[in-house]
Design a binder for this molecule. Sequence first.
Ligand code: CMP
Length: 139
Amino acid sequence: MNRTFSIIKPDATKRNITGSINKIIEQNNLVIIAQKRIKLSKEKAEDFYSVHREKPFFQELIQYMTSGPVIIQVLEGDNAVENYRKIMGSTNPENADDGTIRKLYGLNIQENSVHGSDSNENAKIEISYFFDESEIINN
Ligand code: CMP
């Protein structure tokens, strides 16, 4: 059992499809053990995505991630990080496998509906950045 951190992004909250995404998460044996709907501040978005600070798409990414509410989640299950990455599909929805969240719902490489941690180490960091341990209730 382990945990991963997930964000359902503004393109998905705007289209009211967060339930459809949660259904895919649950159908793939991940349990949503914490969930909050928040609006990211510019500072928090910049800090969260600081590894991309030098990338040409950084400013656009921050503008997009602060453009509407997001749902932040902690997901738990066997190989949660790897499992969720498989369910999300490739960053660019055009390259994502059929049946993945990004293939089904992603609009383009930026508005790709979901974020998931890329390693167990980053999952721990990302979860603790947004959640107090007391807010995480596992089965
Ligand atoms: P995410 O997995 O949250 O990690 C970084 C985000 O930056 C990514 O999903 C996309 O939303 C965005 N992103 C990645 N590559 C590009 C790109 N080439 N152009 C625009 N946005 C990108």
